[in-house]
Design a protein around this ligand. Structure first.
Ligand code: NAP
Length: 487
């Protein structure tokens, strides 16, 4: 499979409608995290290529922004359809560079194609307004106009859907764009761009920058005055630094950053369903998901039964190469990610947590030299342990207990993050109360997967700025122009 994408990847810079190599043929290797083997060599573009891409996007903006929303929707719809036609191939490429199980990759491509389709439709309905005027001799209107050149920076953990979640609304709104994918996962972005090229986006409208100089290219994208909007998904630390850089030219900035999602299990929850949901939410993508459950609070009276169920379900999960049938947990992305998981488990155990299942490196089979870790469930967790306040980004589920609803809310909100939170309860009053009191942008109430093109996605507090998706998403790529007409 991966050989299907190897051949052309040295020409993976897509700038001004052309596939280009980096100057001097500079390349970098992309490896399969399950096997440690090289998948492809990819063009190593740098700051100079970023400038070229920005200039191409700037030159293309006047004509692209003048096309009709309908025309833009037609192209996006075609791209989404091609993605679904190539679902198996795209999912295989995604798994080869990211490591997640094939079933998850298929889900990601499907939802990612949906982001293009949804935004194509939203572009058609990005209405302005006729505002009732306070003066009889004036008429007041608002126009919605694209912000201009958009720079998008995306992470390795959802290398397909984070790209379409940004390019979809940008292109539908009439913006031109530059994408800089993470160095670990440029291959599926390359496949996306082959599709965008094939469906006929005009030259300069979308540009792809592969390369390893993320700080240099990031600085250029965040400071170049021709870029009018920066949209970033990644760590809170890098997001903060980009926000500072972008301040110099007052760019529009959207940030989707880190999280530390709590899951609260109340005594009126359906225990079986809650245990299954919590495990699904924690161990997806080997725990490397920004909205993953990071910590669980279970009410004392049901704690023993719940913990036993969770440990049994998690302990039975199959670890291995995501490309193999039946695998539920793939490798961690790299050695650094693996070391963090080991450190967090050691820290928790050192402070008194009990391992209910897992807690060791996994050895899933011959030929797999990647970094695998057993699905791990810990009881007796406290807020002094790193697992309870830092993103572990790995397959580790710490469980703490609580007595009252107030206590659960206080513990859940005790973090600078505010991306996603989950809870399990059947009492309808409690469902409303808790949803309202959790300081998070996304709430899954008896729902471990509160995501989709129609659901606003984004965080409170240090988890981000702005929202993607939903009916609001496209407005982050549009300016509102007020027009007052004397008659
Ligand atoms: P990261 O280090 O911030 O990397 C994210 C992206 O930024 C990558 O493309 C990376 O490129 C690039 N980058 C790194 N340093 C940069 C710099 N100085 N200037 C500009 N760009 C830079 O994050 P990560 O650890 O790889 O990704 C996981 C994080 O993303 C977690 O915190 C997770 O919660 C968050 N995340 C959030 C969401 C959300 O929607 N809220 C979704 C997914 C992930 P290179 O990798 O090539 O260096």
């Amino acid at each position: 499979m991966a050989s299907m994408v190897v051949a052309a990847t040295e020409k993976s810079l897509y700038i001004d409608g052309e596939w280009r190599t980096a100057p001097g043929g500079k390349i970098f290797a992309v490896n399969n995290p399950a096997t440690g083997k090289k998948l492809a060599d990819v063009a190593d573009g740098g700051v100079e290529q970023a400038r070229q891409a920005i200039e191409a996007a700037h030159a293309a903006f006047p004509s692209w922004s003048a096309t009709t929303a309908d025309r833009r929707a037609v192209l996006l719809t075609k791209a989404a359809a091609l993605m679904m036609e190539r679902l198996d191939h795209l999912a295989a490429v995604l798994t080869s560079e990211n490591g997640k199980p094939l079933a998850e990759s298929r889900g990601e491509v499907t939802i990612g194609a949906g982001f293009l389709q949804w935004n194509a439709e939203e572009g058609r309905r990005a209405y302005g307004e006729v505002v009732p005027s306070t003066a009889a001799d004036r008429r007041v209107l608002t126009f919605r106009q694209p912000v201009g050149v958009v720079a998008a920076i995306t992470p390795w953990n959802f290398p397909f859907s984070m790209v379409t979640r940004k390019l979809g609304p940008a292109l539908a709104a009439g913006c031109t764009a530059i994408l800089r994918p993470a160095r670990a996962t440029p291959l599926v972005a390359f496949e996306i761009f082959k599709i965008l090229d094939e469906v006929g986006f005009p030259r300069g409208v979308v540009n792809l920058l592969t390369g390893i100089d993320s700080a240099g290219v990031g600085r250029e994208l965040a400071t170049n005055p021709l870029v009018r909007k920066l949209t970033f998904t990644g760590s809170t630390e890098v997001g903060k630094s980009l926000l500072v850089l972008a301040a110099g030219t007052i760019k529009r900035v959207s940030l989707e950053l880190g999280g530390h999602a709590p899951s609260i299990v109340f005594d009126d929850a359906d225990l079986e369903k809650a245990a299954t949901a919590v495990v699904a939410s924690r161990f997806r993508n080997a725990g490397q998901t920004c909205i993953c459950t990071n910590r669980v609070y279970v009410q004392n009276s049901i704690a023993a039964a719940f913990q036993a169920k969770v440990a049994a379900i998690a302990g039975a999960m199959k670890v291995g190469n995501g490309a193999d049938a039946g695998v539920q947990i793939g490798p961690l992305i790299d050695a650094r990610a693996y070391a963090k998981v080991e450190d967090h488990v050691a820290d928790a155990v050192g402070q008194g947590a009990r391992i209910l299942t897992g807690g060791r490196p996994a050895q899933p089979g011959p030929g797999l030299s990647g970094h695998f870790y057993e699905p791990t469930v810990l009881s007796g967790a406290t807020h002094k342990m790193k697992v309870m306040y830092e993103e572990t980004f790995g397959p580790v589920l710490p469980i703490a207990t609580f007595e009252t609803e107030d206590e659960a809310i206080r513990l859940a909100n005790d973090t600078p993050f505010g991306l996603a939170a989950y809870f399990y309860a059947r009492d309808i009053g409690r469902v409303f109360r808790v949803s309202e009191r959790l300081d998070y942008g996304i709430i899954g109430a008896n729902d471990p997967v509160p995501v989709g093109p129609h659901i606003p996605f984004g965080g409170y507090k240090e988890s981000g700025l702005g929202r993607e998706n939903g009916s609001d998403g496209i407005y982050h790529f549009l300016e509102t122009k007020a027009v007052s007409i004397g008659i």
